[in-house]
Ligand binder design. Structure first.
Ligand SMILES: [Zn+2]
Length: 92
């Protein structure tokens, strides 16, 4: 897994959290433009633009992915959202 620093400033387009780094857990190659990613803070599904900033992934971009990749993305997003909701419930 190769982790690279995110360009500065870089914020999640869904939750606004600072994006400190980018990594591809399924590959040894570093992330590159056009890669789809999931925000670990909120589960938002994003895509890296030409400058490696995270942007909201469009429906069309997601539909261009193979079904297995799309399924894994949505599952990862749901797991992160569930963990976030559980942490919130424990605080209340
Ligand atoms: Zn986020």
């Amino acid at each position: 897994m190769t982790e690279v620093p995110a360009p500065t400033p870089s914020r999640c387009p869904y939750c606004g959290k600072n994006v400190a780094s980018l990594f591809n857990p399924a590959s040894v190659r570093p992330p590159r433009k056009g890669d789809v990613t999931v925000c670990v803070a909120c589960g938002g599904i994003c895509i890296l633009d030409k400058d490696m900033h995270v942007c909201k992934a469009t429906r069309e971009q997601l539909m261009n992915l193979c079904e297995e990749a799309r399924r894994e993305l949505f599952l990862t997003s749901k797991v992160i959202q569930a963990a976030k909701n559980e942490r919130r419930a424990q605080r209340n």
